[in-house]
Design a protein around this ligand. Sequence first.
Ligand SMILES: NC(=O)C1=CN([C@@H]2O[C@H](COP(=O)(O)OP(=O)(O)OC[C@H]3O[C@@H](n4cnc5c(N)ncnc54)[C@H](OP(=O)(O)O)[C@@H]3O)[C@@H](O)[C@H]2O)C=CC1
Ligand SMILES: O=C(CO)[C@H](O)[C@H](O)COP(=O)(O)O
Length: 467
Amino acid sequence: MSKAQIGVYGLGTMGSALALNMAEHGFQVAVTNREVDWIAPFMQEAGDLAKNLHPFDTLEEFIQGLATPRVILFMIPSTKPMDMMIEAVTPLLEPGDTIIDGGNANFHDTRRRSALMAKQDLHFVGMGVSGGESGARHGPSMMVGGTKHSWTQLKPILQEIAAKYQGDPCVDHLGPDGAGHFVKTAHNGIEYADMQAIAEIYALLRDVTGWDAPQIGALFEGWNDGPLHSYLIGISGKVLQATDPETGKPVVDLIVDQAGQKGTGRWTVIEALKLGQSASAIEGAVGARAWSAEKETRKVAQGLLTAGTIPVDLPDADDLQAALLAARILGHAQGFRVLQAASDEYDWSLNLPRIAEIWRAGCIIRSSLLDDLADALRSDPPQGELILAPAIRASLDTTIAPLRRVVASAVTNGIPVPALTGALAWYDSIRTARGSTNLIQAQRDFFGEHGFIRIDKDGVQHGPWNS
Ligand SMILES: NC(=O)C1=CN([C@@H]2O[C@H](COP(=O)(O)OP(=O)(O)OC[C@H]3O[C@@H](n4cnc5c(N)ncnc54)[C@H](OP(=O)(O)O)[C@@H]3O)[C@@H](O)[C@H]2O)C=CC1
Ligand SMILES: O=C(CO)[C@H](O)[C@H](O)COP(=O)(O)O
């Protein structure tokens, strides 16, 4: 039997879909799984594609079934299981072989694992994969880190299986060690902000205007034909219009309002803060999921805390649509800012326009906006700041007032909109040449003699308060 070109370890949701995608593109793929009982049903499900799939029951046989230098994609949890598998597989490998972690890893782990593997002349690739199961099966967006050697090995396969945007494969080598996983983390941070902003508009329509889920779904479906065109608006329209077959009620009305989170959104915020940034729209979204988990406290507090609301009508649907677009632009801009800061810190030379380009198809945040953002990032905007690019400024010119009206009505009606508010607060901070932190500096000097810079003198100064 000829040796396989790539191995896929982990035949769960994502691993099985990626293996089938590779097999469909004519690649010879070795496959295996921890629980070997899953392998036979997977091969059965593969149908005609089984001819390109080579199942193995043991790790040793799996590794022996691969052409050298070997390429092995792990689609398993990127936490302890990944470390355990590295330990198990490395003694079976030879110099020049590459292990890929295609899971949602913390990039610090990826940097550590890359360094560990490099000591043994082995290559470790942290690769972000986005698009969920259907993306993995029919064309994901993939954000590849690691060495050039590994990219040379992987490129022919990944470019074939990736989503295509007008023929351009949505995959690229973005930088060494943790770069690919960091970019995927920021992608997910942007995903959190976008999902939360959509949920906030849904909350306003439901709780202020009294619309039912199918009405809101139909509105979102209509928006998907306009400037908000995106995977997330599209699926939001669909899920809001779905009916539960048992009760005849909208499915969303039957779902408990406690959102899960596996870590990537939170990591984006943590890393942003460590890099001296504030991704406030993303932070609002992460916080909203955290507060959503406090269901019992919320139930008690609803009866105890005064609302103090001032009921006002909600701005019209055009304003809501424009506000959502402004929040989307600002959430993405914050994500790209975090990417730039990380690139500077870790010396990754991230190509931000290229990142926007490989997000235009296949991934969860794919949208028509990303094409505009790619152009804007290529246009060398003032201060390198996406929101200062002329085309993006023009979009904000027409959408920022609607965002203000929507946030104002949410505040007076007592509807929490942390992503919309976070986005707007950042916009207002960035466009204010003289802010209020002169007072913070004075306070710091008063209590800690930390000093401040005066507008009219050089050097660190102190105030007259402690003399
Ligand atoms: N689902 C999604 O939309 C996306 C997921 N990801 C990432 O992809 C990775 C896989 O996710 P997904 O396919 O959804 O998960 P699944 O739960 O469907 O599959 C998990 C896979 O990991 C294997 N596994 C679990 N623990 C171990 C272990 N200790 N040692 C070896 N193998 C183990 C499982 O094997 P077994 O069958 O034996 O339990 C199974 O093959 C994760 O890192 C996830 O974050 C990335 C993008 C999107
Ligand atoms: O990576 C993904 C999408 O891009 C995964 O679906 C991930 O699980 C989403 O994050 P969370 O579970 O925290 O919502």
